[in-house]
Ligand binder design. Structure first.
Ligand SMILES: [Ca+2]
Ligand SMILES: [Ca+2]
Ligand SMILES: [Ca+2]
Length: 181
């Protein structure tokens, strides 16, 4: 003799389904977060190596990043250094020969990282904000990468530099920041 499900049986089945779907959502977001963090670590290492190349070619000089505003725009400084746009043939950001910041490497400038080409935007590292003018190099969460010349002085010989992402929470200075120190 067939009978319908009792209320208790129905509630049990519904509860199990809810628990299982909660587990799937939890695992999925964990995996996505880990993938983004891994990607940011790869970017960090890549930028770090290329900035070392830039620094060597620029005679040990790195752009100055003193002042809050400069640091906030430092994702753009990373782009200028590594894509040779807005930097000029002398390979030094912030000198008189700096070319137009137009999404194309300046004449005679070295391109250290082709991936930063804002016209391809393969890795979505550039936020073009509606145009082809590069704005800044962004992390997997869409926030700018940060760069800081520790000496804050472009005339220093072989200055060290800080490079970091605000991490998954998008906030500066918290435990999830991804940084080179
Ligand atoms: Ca220059
Ligand atoms: Ca240019
Ligand atoms: Ca953070």
């Amino acid at each position: 003799m067939s009978r319908g499900f009792t209320l208790v049986e129905l509630l049990t089945v519904v509860t199990i389904i809810l628990i299982l779907s909660g587990l799937v959502i939890g695992v999925t977001s964990f995996v996505q977060r880990k993938a983004a963090v891994d990607k940011a670590r790869v970017q960090l290492r890549q930028f770090e190596l290329k900035i070392e190349d830039y620094k060597r070619d620029a005679g040990g000089l790195l752009p100055a990043t003193t002042g809050e505003d400069v640091e906030a725009r430092s994702g753009l400084i990373i782009y200028r250094m590594l894509y040779g746009d807005g930097i000029g043939a002398d390979g030094v950001v912030g000198t008189e020969d700096d070319g137009a910041l137009d999404g194309r490497p300046d004449a005679g400038a070295t391109v250290y990282l082709e991936d930063l080409d804002p016209n391809n935007n393969r890795q979505q590292m550039i936020d073009t904000k509606g145009g082809n003018v590069p704005v800044e190099v962004v992390d997997p969460w869409g926030n700018p990468w940060r760069f800081r010349n520790q000496k804050g002085d472009p005339d220093q010989e072989n200055p060290d530099f800080d490079l970091w992402s605000h991490g998954p929470d998008g906030k500066n200075g918290t435990a999830d920041d991804i940084k080179n120190w």
